[in-house]
Design a protein around this ligand. Structure first.
Ligand SMILES: Nc1ncnc2c1ncn2[C@@H]1O[C@H](COP(=O)(O)OP(=O)(O)OP(=O)(O)O)[C@@H](O)[C@H]1O
Length: 681
């Protein structure tokens, strides 16, 4: 396939699987009988219909990929079929990214870097680039970096430098602190590659079986065209050797739980798959800012760039392998899958893709709406829309939240179970957000806020990089950009529920934009094609508010304080909506003798804790009935009783919420959404 053929393949993201061969140490004792992989079945019904299934699964799920390379098909074959067209396209100004992902030890490094005897895709690409650069007046330079679980990017050709800063300048991604070294021969390149691997922090590292440290390793090939004395960037090719996916619940050999680091690194894997999914489904918003890696790759993913996702499969049973290939298949294959399904099941466009991360979950049931709903990472992302059609749902969400908060005066400090009702399982979603928030209180780490990146339809032509020479020095004013200063503009929450076996719950993504009615804008196309997309702008005052109430290390208010604020607002709303006097009757000839303080202290709980159809005993179980309309300071201590008929006639939280003015509602919605948006910290 040449670059023109590749153009015709309109799909932006191509997913191929590669079954790793057995290493010598894993091979059978009999050298004459090389071990074969017997737990993976590859069904090649046609060149465009390749499925992978796993025999050890409890059901016969099949995962659609563009192709599957077997254990005896080597890197050269993958290169000539998959990467060579990208190299040709690079000379024409097309950026591309080759990503190897999979479970630990699935052969990712072998695919990207390879060995001396069996060079990997990156080495083969450089060899080809070098073979033609002189002829066509081009040159190449390389950069190596790693991204760790703390989202730190380090320049592997100059590891002593501070972490790489990534920022956007006039719509283009720029790096500060990432070295570019021009290469003229494959030996030079190999030496640099070895040096970069050696520089990885705390080597042994990528490719080894070191248990604790998991990092992503990236290589950028910058292709320049020589014009007289200057050179300008033509395109970039990226090779990414992702950290191996590992179930966050696994324990290390010493028994310590790897959950935290695993969660973080897994999150960045999900983030990349989310981006692939958004790109392959032409979503209006691509969540580049969900992770440092996607941010760094942004230029090479967007526009007319191409992405090759190599899903590496362990030759022996590995649950994580199944999970990863299912994610990749869903991330990038939903269109193809839909057409496949429609041919198989005439008359339905539903997408049946069964996953298995221990549980088998069919998407069919959730996606039979007849709309072009999105399977995959949409499996693990429920999108909530805030366009005008859905404002009511958000209002219901707040109402649902109010009910829950109302019913639980001790909700703070517990695993928060704030419910949300919406057409997209908002209740479940918020439960999980809250659950996550409660956890986050304990082990919160500084996570950058995320901003919607501006989308360029053209590939990057980054002159500033070429002008900067080998070492890129950029505007010092942007140095702090590493923390994503535009974060307050748009916020995206991507909550991964690692402990949930259900694949459908692998993660839920919510994009929210708490704004006033008139400011709530959702791309109309997105509205038509997605179940409930949400792109919302965050209140511009949010940062100010955050600044004024900093409590966490990263400067954001703590989750508990946000919950408390939210709770207070809802309590206030309810107490305003359900005035105390409506609930209390004071019997004739009796007066109340509670002092001012006590009365005011009780006022709020009174409103917050009145169960419908039940009398509430206040003041040490002494019953007081009242028929006065105003909750004036009681003067004598008497029994107070709430008239149950009055209570019944009082408005429900939802009704009372509905009665409130739009200003109040909006402000609550904003507050609630702000909490959601920051909950994953
Ligand atoms: N095609 C192959 N044939 C034989 N052995 C292989 C092949 N691919 C990988 N291996 C061996 O399998 C082991 C794991 O491979 P590799 O380091 O590439 O996996 P990885 O997915 O990058 O691991 P990690 O998740 O730890 O980064 C290595 O010992 C490697 O030599």
């Amino acid at each position: 396939m040449d670059s023109k053929q590749f153009d015709r393949a309109a799909r932006k993201v191509r997913v191929v699987a590669k079954i790793r061969g057995f290493a010598a140490s894993e091979a059978n004792s009999e050298p004459a009988a090389p071990r074969t992989v017997d737990w993976i079945s590859v069904n090649r019904k046609s060149s465009e219909d390749v499925t992978v299934s796993f025999r050890d699964q409890s059901s016969s799920s099949q995962y659609l990929v563009d192709y599957c390379y077997k254990e005896d098909e080597d890197n050269e074959m993958i290169y000539s079929r998959e990467v060579k067209p990208l190299v040709s396209a690079a000379f024409e100004g097309r950026n591309s990214t080759v990503i190897a992902h999979g479970a630990r030890g699935s052969g990712k490094t072998h695919v990207i870097q390879g060995s001396a005897e069996r060079p990997g895709l990156a080495v083969l690409a450089v060899a080809e680039l070098l073979s033609v650069t002189e002829k066509n007046g081009k040159s190449i330079a390389v950069s190596f970096y790693e991204v760790d679980h703390q989202e730190r990017a380090v320049d592997l050709l100059n590891p002593e430098q501070p972490t790489i800063l990534v920022f956007e300048d006039r719509g283009r991604i720029q790096f500060k602190g990432l070295t570019q070294v021009s290469v003229k021969s494959i030996t030079e390149f190999q030496n640099l590659y070895s040096a970069a691997c050696f520089s990885q922090k705390g080597a042994p590292k990528k490719g080894g079986y070191e248990r604790v440290r998991r990092i992503h390793m990236g290589l950028i090939l910058h292709i320049f065209s020589q014009k007289e004395s200057s050179e300008s960037l033509v395109s970039k090719m990226n090779f990414v050797d992702l950290a191996g996916y590992e179930d966050a619940r696994k324990k290390s050999s010493d028994g310590s739980c790897l959950t935290e680091n695993n969660n973080k690194i897994n999150k960045s894997i999900y983030a990349l798959l989310n981006v692939c999914h958004a790109l392959s489904t032409n979503e209006s918003h691509v969540p580049y800012r969900e992770s440092k890696l996607t941010r760094m790759l942004q230029d090479s993913l967007r526009g007319t760039s191409k992405i090759l996702l190599v899903s590496c499969l362990n030759p022996s049973f590995c649950q994580d392998t199944i999970y990863m290939v299912s994610l990749a298949s869903r991330a990038c294959h939903w269109i193809h899958r839909a057409s496949l399904d429609s041919t198989k099941k005439s008359g339905t466009s539903s997408i049946q893709m069964v996953s298995s991360h221990k549980n088998q979950v069919s998407l069919d049931s959730t996606k039979k709406s007849g709309t072009s709903s999105i399977p995959m990472v949409s499996t693990h992302k429920n999108q909530v829309s805030l366009d005008s059609t859905h404002k009511n749902q958000v209002s219901q969400s707040v109402s649902g939240t109010a009910k829950k908060l109302h019913g639980s005066s001790k909700f703070l400090g517990k695993k928060t179970a704030v419910a949300v009702k919406s057409a997209v399982e908002g209740r479940k979603l918020f439960d999980e957000v809250s659950h996550s928030a409660a956890k986050a209180e304990k082990k919160e780490n500084s996570v950058a806020n995320f901003t919607q990146a501006s989308e360029d339809s053209e590939p990057l032509w980054d002159k500033s990089l070429s002008e900067a020479g080998n070492h890129v020095e950029l505007n010092s004013a942007m140095e702090k950009d590493d923390s994503f200063p535009e974060a307050s503009q748009n916020v995206k929450l991507n909550l991964m529920v690692e402990n949930d076996d259900s694949f459908l719950n692998a993660g839920r993504k919510v994009e929210l934009n708490p704004q006033s009615d008139q400011d709530i804008l959702v791309d109309s196309k997105a509205r038509q094609t997605q179940a409930l997309p949400v792109i919302v702008q965050e209140d511009p005052n949010l940062n100010k508010e955050n600044d004024s109430s900093r409590k966490n290390e990263d400067g954001s208010p703590s989750i508990s304080s946000q919950l408390r604020d939210l709770s207070n607002s809802l309590k206030m709303l309810y107490s305003l909506s359900t005035p105390t006097p409506l609930c209390i009757q004071i019997p004739e000839n009796e007066s109340i003798s509670r002092d001012d303080k006590q009365a005011s202290a009780d006022a709020e709980p009174l409103c917050m804790q009145i169960p419908e159809k039940e009398a509430i005993l206040l003041d040490n179980n002494k019953q007081v009935s009242a028929n006065v309309a105003e909750p004036k300071t009681p003067t004598t201590e008497q029994n107070m009783r709430v008239n149950k008929w009055d209570v019944m006639s009082a408005k429900s939280p939802w009704e009372t919420y509905s009665m409130r003015g739009s200003g109040m509602k909006n402000s609550l919605v904003q507050e609630y959404l702000r909490f959601l948006n920051t909950a994953n910290k």
